[in-house]
Design a protein around this ligand. Structure first.
Ligand code: ME8
Length: 512
């Protein structure tokens, strides 16, 4: 079986990472961990986009040498991914020689094919977004369609990549592959864009005299490569396109490219056409998620309303943040970021439902049976069965569809039924009446339910999953691979050791 290959965008290093970047990597990590749990071998690529004018300008603004600046910023991304438990396999930086070599090779190959030519360029350019726009796009948005700032008119000789030649092919490809771009709304957007507009060829060079910080254009040393053409190529260079053909063949095509809708056009139009020109297979899925917003505004560096994930982690913990991001909104739609939404979600789902279930069950196991709970005959409470069946049948499908909130919904229904089971059974009465067999069997079924829950929540909250298993006395090797094949109820013995509650309640003053 070939590896499951997934990617995130390469983030610009002109500033430190914010909650939007964290979101894409948390989603990607959740998918990667699910796939590993499902017994698949995974290659998870992330990294940083380090060329272009705005990076150079950011370094100058800090009075720093640009190479040193990008190195430092790349480290801030790596360090955040470490704190957020992002289990990437390779971190690619576009300034690495191995990537630069692939970019040169791609340009030469596409040029030899006749898909690159030199011509005069006159266009509307947004410096902060590093993007060219057509006159009609700029008119409609009264500025840059992405960041709303003023655009510049630029006129110069440049090299162009023949996007237009492939427009019909791409439209047809999309029509024959309706799952190529997800979710459906984004697919419809791309199709209708291609039906209503004529693609202009893409200007893929920048004169060095205007912009020096980029990869040398291999056909003409007066130019550097346009940063987007450079960056998109990471998806093949990071997979060993030139350096390791065995690796590349086992990875390509990508199974899923994650990004937000702001860069869908680059991924769903430029990138497939670049791959077609290179005669490489198409990615299986291009998934554009929504934006985190504050009020009506997208959270972004250029709008100055960023939320720092490191600050949030200090108050709500890594898994609190991961859970909030993955639970609050379905992956394809926009989410509104607010402190009250975080408090509600975490206090209710994590502190009350999951945390309380684990704490009180382990507390009872210690109090009534000194932590050792064992059965010889399996008794699964009737009310657990539909939930267990539903998880066994549908969890994987929801995860594969990137429908994380629906997978969590199923898990939480099971957690809540376990809590209800405690309340209805009233174990303290069983204890008083010395019905120890019944109490033992009741506790065993709860511990089994919690063990199974710990496996299902692993992709979302890996540390919490491990902490639960540790308290249940189970080696977390069970999470290493194929754990999903072994989630059925079973007979056995628990030797539990209760720790502090998993999720202390968050007080609303914490936001101050
Ligand atoms: O575009 N909500 O880099 P970038 C959700 N270098 N996700 C968000 C977000 C928000 N408010 N803000 C940012 C670039 N993101 C290029 C990519 S890829 C070959 C080159 C996430 O630093 C989301 O994934 O501007 C978005 O697509 C990406 O960060 C943009 O990151």
């Amino acid at each position: 079986m070939s590896d499951f290959y997934l990617t995130t965008p390469l983030y610009y290093v002109n500033a430190s990472p914010h909650i939007g970047h964290a979101y894409t990597n948390v989603i990607s990590d959740c998918m990667a961990r699910f796939r590993r749990l499902n017994g698949e071998s995974v290659f998870f690529l992330t990294g940083t986009d380090e060329h272009g004018e705005k990076i150079k300008k950011a370094a100058e603004d800090c009075n720093e040498d640009v190479e040193k600046f990008v190195e430092e910023k790349a480290q801030t991304f790596k360090s955040l991914w470490k704190q957020l438990n992002i289990s990437y396999d390779f971190f690619i930086r576009t300034t690495e020689k191995s990537h630069v070599d692939v970019v040169s090779k791609v340009i030469k190959t596409v040029y030899d094919k006749g898909d690159i030519y030199k011509s005069k360029y006159r266009g509307f350019y947004c410096l902060p977004c590093e993007s060219f726009w057509t006159e009609s796009q700029v008119k409609e948005a009264a500025g840059c369609p992405d960041c709303k700032r003023d655009v510049e008119i630029i006129e110069e000789d440049n090299y162009f990549f023949k996007l237009s030649k492939y427009q019909e092919w791409l439209l047809e490809y999309l029509k024959n592959n309706p799952g190529f771009v997800k979710p459906k709304t984004r697919y419809n957007e791309v199709v209708s864009f291609l039906e209503r507009n004529t693609l202009e060829d893409l200007c893929i060079s920048r004169p060095k005299k205007r912009l020096g910080w980029g990869i040398d254009f291999p056909l003409d040393n007066n130019y550097v490569v346009y940063v987007w053409f450079d960056a998109l190529i990471n998806y093949i260079s990071g997979a060993g396109y030139l350096s390791d053909s065995d690796k590349f063949n086992s990875l390509w095509p990508v199974d899923i490219h994650f990004m937000a809708k702001d860069i869908l056009r680059h991924h769903a139009i430029f990138w497939p056409i670049m791959l077609k020109a290179l005669e490489l297979e198409m990615p299986r899925v291009i998934f554009a998620h929504g934006w985190w917003k504050i009020g009506e505004d997208k959270i972004s560096k250029s709008r100055g309303n960023i939320v720092n994930p490191l600050e949030l982690i200090k108050t709500i913990g890594v898994d609190g943040l991961r859970y909030f991001l993955l639970r609050e909104v379905p992956v394809g739609v926009d989410g509104n970021f607010s402190w009250s939404a975080i408090i509600n979600r975490l206090n209710s789902d994590l502190a009350n439902d999951l945390g309380n279930l684990v704490y009180r069950t382990l507390n009872m196991a210690e109090k009534y049976f000194k932590g050792v709970v064992q059965v010889k005959e399996l008794h699964i409470p009737e009310r657990f069965k539909p939930h267990l069946d539903c998880l066994q049948n549908d969890y994987a499908a929801s995860m594969e569809e990137v429908d994380f909130s629906s997978a969590l919904d199923k898990i939480w229904k099971f957690i809540n039924i376990m809590n209800k089971h405690v309340e209805d059974t009233k174990p303290w009465i069983l204890w008083k009446e010395k019905k120890l067999d019944e109490l033992n069997s009741f506790l065993f079924s709860l511990l089994e339910g919690i063990r199974i829950t710990a496996i299902y929540i692993y992709p979302f909250m890996p540390s919490t999953s491990e902490a639960i298993l540790r308290q249940l006395g189970i080696d977390n090797d069970v999470l290493s691979s194929n754990a999903l094949k072994d989630v059925a109820f079973r007979i056995g013995k628990f030797r539990v050791k209760k720790e502090e509650p998993l999720f202390p309640r968050i007080e609303s003053e914490s936001s101050d």
